[in-house]
Design a protein around this ligand. Structure first.
Ligand SMILES: [Ca+2]
Length: 327
């Protein structure tokens, strides 16, 4: 799933290749905002006919372009590696979600979109989930993001901000603790990034931790789905998505408030579609093909029992072929 909205400028004018590192004048190149949802399914947005309400994304879809032939990889890290590098993540050794081994990180020598844009005079910021390296030595600040804030790993708890193995919430290169729901904090940080950099071209990579598990939401987000969605886990998931949509709306409002929206390219996508039902309690709208790809990826990484089909793929990969498991 991807939506592009572009008002007045095109990406080709972004000034790649300039040796300048100082912030450039604001008028000569567009701002870029890439918004990534984590484990959002095809049928989890209003503009696809879902029961889940996403009015701000629907607004973007109506104003922009919906790419309905658009492919991502089956899990978090490969899609994010491809997005930032422009390369098949198999060539970077990233075939499945990354965990704790630094050698599995996005290679430091990879030329990232953020590094290119820095060389073109952009302010660059990651707000949200990194999941491309388990330590700050392989973190976003080493890959072209001058500012970084959010979750270093995957699966951050919305309120505790820890992942299953400990601390993950950080600013720049230090772990930190702060109160608040992750979705609100990320929306607030993204809006503030726009305010601070409104005078220069900026690249904001806003990677929400939602609606990846674990999920926890205030009743005000869940209650509107009573009587509409019968399954209570699905209601929680729906509330999580609507909450994220609200945070995206605040970011759009910030672009309007600071009068930069008309020269900002906004791209929205989900990193891999809905996750496998066996790994979650919230019943996102998965599909057979998504489930199959996720199973193959986990088998290939040695992290799950292999089905007959996934075993065949694993043998093929071990045999030396580069892979493109999203096709
Ligand atoms: Ca994901």
């Amino acid at each position: 799933m991807i939506i592009c909205t572009l008002m007045g400028l095109v990406l080709a004018s972004a000034g790649y290749g300039s040796a300048a590192t100082a912030p450039a004048a604001k008028a000569d190149r567009p701002n870029i905002v890439i918004i990534v949802a984590d484990d959002l399914g095809w049928n989890d947005v209003g503009f696809h006919g879902s029961k889940i309400k996403t009015p701000r994304l629907d607004e973007l879809a109506k104003q922009g372009v919906i790419l309905d032939q658009f492919y991502v990889y089956p899990t978090c890290s490969p899609t994010r590696a491809a997005l930032l590098s422009g390369r098949n993540p198999g060539r970077l050794g990233i075939l499945a979600p990354l965990y704790l081994d630094p050698k599995d990180s996005l290679p430091l020598e990879t030329v990232t979109l953020a590094e290119l844009l820095v060389s073109g005079g952009y302010a660059t910021g990651l707000v949200g989930k990194w999941h491309l390296g388990p330590t700050f030595d392989y973190g976003p600040r080493k890959q072209g993001f001058r500012e970084a804030y959010g979750s270093l790993h995957s699966g951050a708890d919305p309120y505790k901000h820890h992942w299953r193995l400990g601390r993950t919430w950080f600013r720049n290169e230090e772990f930190m603790d702060e109160p608040g729901h992750a979705t609100d904090l990320l929306g607030r940080e993204a809006s503030d990034f726009i305010r601070r950099h409104r005078e220069h071209p900026f690249f904001l990579y806003l990677a929400f931790t939602a609606p990846h598990v674990p999920l926890e939401e205030e009743e005000r987000w869940i209650k509107p789905y009573e009587g509409i969605i019968q399954n209570k886990d699905r209601r929680l998931f729906a509330g999580t998505v609507t909450h994220m949509d609200d945070a995206i709306g605040r970011v759009l409002d910030a672009l309007d408030e600071w009068k930069v929206r008309e020269r900002t390219l906004i791209i929205f996508l989900s990193d891999n579609g809905a996750s496998h039902p066996s790994r979650r309690r919230n019943l996102a709208a998965t599909t057979d093909i998504t489930s199959r790809r996720a199973t193959i990826a986990r088998c290939a990484a040695g992290k799950a029992k292999c089905t007959k089909e996934a075993s065949a793929f694993r043998r093929w990969r071990i045999g030396g072929a580069s892979s493109n498991i999203a096709k």
